[in-house]
Design a protein. Structure first.
Lengths: 328, 502
């Protein structure tokens, strides 16, 4: 009996079902992809003549976005765990000068190790203060932002530290692998590892659970202190790699490299759909968030806006996107 | 002031929610300067009646008279203006403000220029506190004070607003013994100044200590109002309990032979925090023990200590005769213990995450493929748990938040039972759950015990406790004061009396 009624009603039912599927989709989750496509099409149509679609320009967008994208991958973990890391830009600056100095003193490999060690140490300090002493990460990393950039400025006497190792410069940022800039390869690798790590590993699930409801995560036997420590450690190390990418691309270490990147990275993460309050987030979303910011920057330059106008438009687009993506 | 006999007189109050009658033609009157106990079981209508008096709800029918004058209480400010004050169970204070600032929050005395006059509010706060004969500096920050002082601040706040009637809901639940004594003394002083107090409590000894008269509500009706001198405790408890027999909740004798094994869990002289004191108990495979006690007696804290949430200060825990050190939930889980926590929304679930992710959160190691999670195995395991525990869910990828309370609780149960623990601790497992799901959960608990698991169940609902427990431990002030086998407990009334220590 059930059978007959469904067959007779099937055309209407299926129509209703397809409508249900359309309205049932939570399109807010896809705002970043829709937004990316819309902005891309908009620029393609109106800035096509200014060379927006030329391969050189598109590769340029990727190159300019790569460093932020790397930092933002680490930041996704931090924000998904309901913490924040404001020190990433400064870590990148400190790592760039430390690497440059270590390369000229001891050579290539010790230089790279030094750069990573900077991220490891600063990240570990951030993580310890947050998870062991329970100081809010906002304050810890705000303080660390000053400490790291101040250290970088102090040890270099505010002067740039040139890097003369072509091998280093080629690997980190200046070179190409075939037609692809090495910067883009670095970003792709970080996004791939980060995406799998967050969505497909036990650690990633525990990060999301800790950010979603720390008490419940604790009651489920997750060591949430360790999770908070680890995400800040990851963020520090990832930021130090970003610092080396700056150093390689600009063939020097300088304390200003990375200044302000924490805000761009946070914007990319939030645009990408990660909840500012923790508990949900994807690295692929973050990648599109970073790309969208890069796209907007590039398009506004091509459109001939000056930098003051660019800032206004960029700010407005970020607010609009986050407003559209917010939960009911 | 008129010479009316009653401070508050509620007449023929009726209230229903969505067609369900919660209060049916209830009369309630409080004399001036008396302490009036209001008691009743869960769902008797106590809190609804008080919320009507405070202006949180409006009654469908009935009238309220304050001091002999008919008043209309449509909102919380109306109630305050009529002189009704509430001492909240969960305190309504701002921790970062001082005592004086809290007392006058929203009603700050102003100076000529329209700015807040802090000096005057301090002075007036000092006056109120000294009238209460309480030694408390109005300049101290509330957040730095103990709970007893929070409560005093609440009372002072109500008095500063000229409250003539104070409603106190389980006021001693979070107080230590000497603080309770101090509160009783304060209640005596307030009484002598003509202030009436409506005292809501489940603690019979306290009701007898402080109250002049008592009103018992049952199923939304007034059962009796009497002077306490004329009522025996048995009468009150019978009034609260009623004589309802629910078929689902009858005890079934289970084979006692299975319990003769070595204890699965043995706790010796355990101390943890202020509310677990010198607790010793044993739990054998296949056995269900119930923990009965009043709110704040330390039942939940015992469960937390056994699961490694709260630090154990002294005492030993043995599992199958081997001493274990449970310093964290991870250790407890390794030792085969699972805890279904009291508050499923806060402690049991990540509400925004999917049903599936919630089910798998504690099981991630089992579905690993190297460092990665085997998504397909995870889906299969989640589906298995959903069907095994009959969780009603249309799509396991939807947030667990969308499920009903009963189904959410099943998700929490399934999440833990998926780990196949040997020892299961359930803290209020059926709170806020419909009767159908409730009996399903109780059946499940019996099945688990039949499979040889050891179960410890905490519940404030005595019929439920009596339905499943083979043994009941009575907890009072953090200690096990009695260990009763199920056969010794004649009925719910007997258990109530045991818990009250009457």
């Amino acid at each position: 009996m059930n059978n007959t009624s469904t067959t007779s009603a099937s055309p209407i039912a299926s129509k209703r079902r397809s409508r249900d599927i359309i309205t049932g989709i939570d399109w807010r989750r896809y705002v970043i992809y829709i937004g990316f496509a819309v902005v891309f099409l908009f620029f393609a149509i109106f800035l096509g003549n200014q060379g927006f679609l030329s391969p050189v320009n598109l590769v340029n967008i990727l190159r300019q976005t790569a460093t932020i994208m790397v930092i933002a991958v680490g930041m996704t973990y931090v924000i998904a765990a309901a913490e924040i890391d404001l020190s990433v830009g400064s870590i990148a600056g400190l790592s760039s000068v430390s690497t440059a100095m270590a390369i000229s003193a001891w050579g290539l490999v010790p230089g790279i190790v030094t750069g990573l060690a900077v991220g490891f140490v600063v990240g570990a300090i951030n993580g310890s203060l947050v998870s062991l002493l329970g100081i809010p990460s906002f304050l810890v990393t705000l303080g660390m932002m000053g400490v790291a950039v101040g250290t970088a400025q102090w040890i270099t006497n505010s002067a740039p530290e040139p890097i003369l190792s072509d091998v280093f410069n080629n690997i980190f940022g200046s070179g190409n692998i075939g037609p692809v800039p090495s910067l883009v390869v670095w970003a792709a690798v970080f996004v791939a590892i980060g995406a799998i790590g967050l969505s497909r590993t036990k650690f990633g699930r525990q990060v999301l659970a800790t950010g979603g409801n720390r008490t419940a995560a604790n009651f489920t036997g997750i060591n949430t202190k360790r999770i908070k420590f680890t995400v800040l450690l990851i963020s520090g190390v990832v930021a130090s790699v970003a610092g080396m990418l700056y150093a390689g691309r600009l063939q020097s270490g300088r304390f200003q490299w990375g200044t302000g990147d924490e805000l761009s990275a946070i914007a990319a993460v939030i645009l990408g759909g990660t909840s500012l309050f923790g508990g949900s987030g994807t690295v692929i979303g973050t990648m599109f968030g970073a790309l969208l910011i890069g796209l907007i920057n590039n398009g506004l330059v091509l459109a001939g806006l000056d930098s003051s106008q660019q800032q206004i438009v960029r700010g407005a687009i970020i607010i609009l996107a986050v407003a559209l993506a917010r939960k009911k | 002031m008129t010479g009316a006999e009653y401070a508050v007189e509620m007449r023929s109050i009726s209230k229903s929610f969505n067609g369900v009658t919660v209060l049916n033609d209830v009369d309630f009157e409080v004399r001036k300067g008396e302490v009036h106990a209001l008691v009743g079981g869960n769902g008797a209508g106590k809190s609804t009646l008080m919320k009507i008096l405070q202006g949180v709800y409006q009654s469908d029918r009935g009238t309220i008279m304050v001091d002999g004058n008919r008043v209309k209480i449509d909102s919380i400010p109306d109630a305050k203006a009529a002189g009704i004050g509430m001492v909240f169970q969960e305190f309504s204070l701002v921790p970062s403000l001082t005592v004086a600032q809290n007392i006058f929050l929203g009603a700050e005395p102003l100076n000529g220029a329209g700015f807040i006059n802090d000096r005057e509010s301090r002075q007036r706060a000092r006056d109120v506190l000294s009238e209460m004969e309480v030694d408390l500096d109005p300049r101290s920050e509330v957040g730095r004070l103990g709970t007893a002082y929070w409560q005093l601040t609440e009372i002072a706040k109500a008095l500063a607003q000229n409250a003539r009637v104070l409603i106190m809901d389980e006021p001693t639940a979070s107080l230590a013994k000497n603080e309770t004594e101090a509160l009783f003394a304060l209640i005596g002083r307030l009484k002598s100044r003509g202030i009436s107090i409506i005292y809501i409590s489940h603690r019979m000894d306290e009701v007898y200590r402080v109250s002049d008269r008592i009103t018992i509500l049952r199923d939304g009706r007034r059962l009796l109002t009497e002077s306490l001198a004329d009522v025996a405790p048995e009468q009150i408890i019978e009034g609260i309990v009623g004589k309802k027999i629910e078929g689902e909740l009858t005890y079934r004798t289970r084979s006692q032979a299975a319990f003769d094994d070595q204890p699965l869990l043995e706790v010796r002289r355990l101390n943890a925090g202020a509310r677990v004191r010198d607790v010793s108990l044993t739990l054998r495979p296949g056995e269900i023990i119930g923990l009965a006690g009043l709110m704040g007696s330390g039942r939940t804290e015992l469960a937390r200590a056994l699961f490694g949430i709260d630090r154990v200060e002294s005492g030993d825990i043995y599992i199958r005769g081997e001493k274990v050190n449970i310093s964290s939930p991870q250790r407890a889980m390794q030792a085969g213990i699972a805890l279904i926590p009291e508050d499923r929304r806060d402690q049991g679930l990540v509400l925004d995450h999917s049903v599936r992710d919630n089910l798998l959160l504690g099981l991630l190691t089992g579905i690993g493929k190297g460092p990665l999670i085997d998504t397909r195995a995870g889906k299969e395991l989640a589906n298995l748990l959903i069907s095994k525990f009959a969780v009603k869910v249309s799509n396991p990828a939807k947030p667990v938040n969308l499920l009903s309370g009963g189904n959410q609780q099943k998700v929490v149960l399934a999440k833990w039972l998926g780990r196949n623990p040997d020892i299961l601790i359930l803290d209020e497992p059926t709170a806020g759950i419909d009767i159908g799901t409730k009996s399903e959960i109780l059946d499940l608990v019996r099945d688990l015990a039949d499979q040889g698991k050891a179960v410890m169940i905490i519940s404030s609902e005595y019929p439920e406790l009596l339905a499943v427990s083979d043994r009941v431990l009575i907890i009072r002030d953090g200690s096990v004061i009695r260990d009763l086998s199920r056969n010794e407990i004649v009925d719910e009334e007997f258990l109530q009396l045991a818990v009250q220590g009457v």
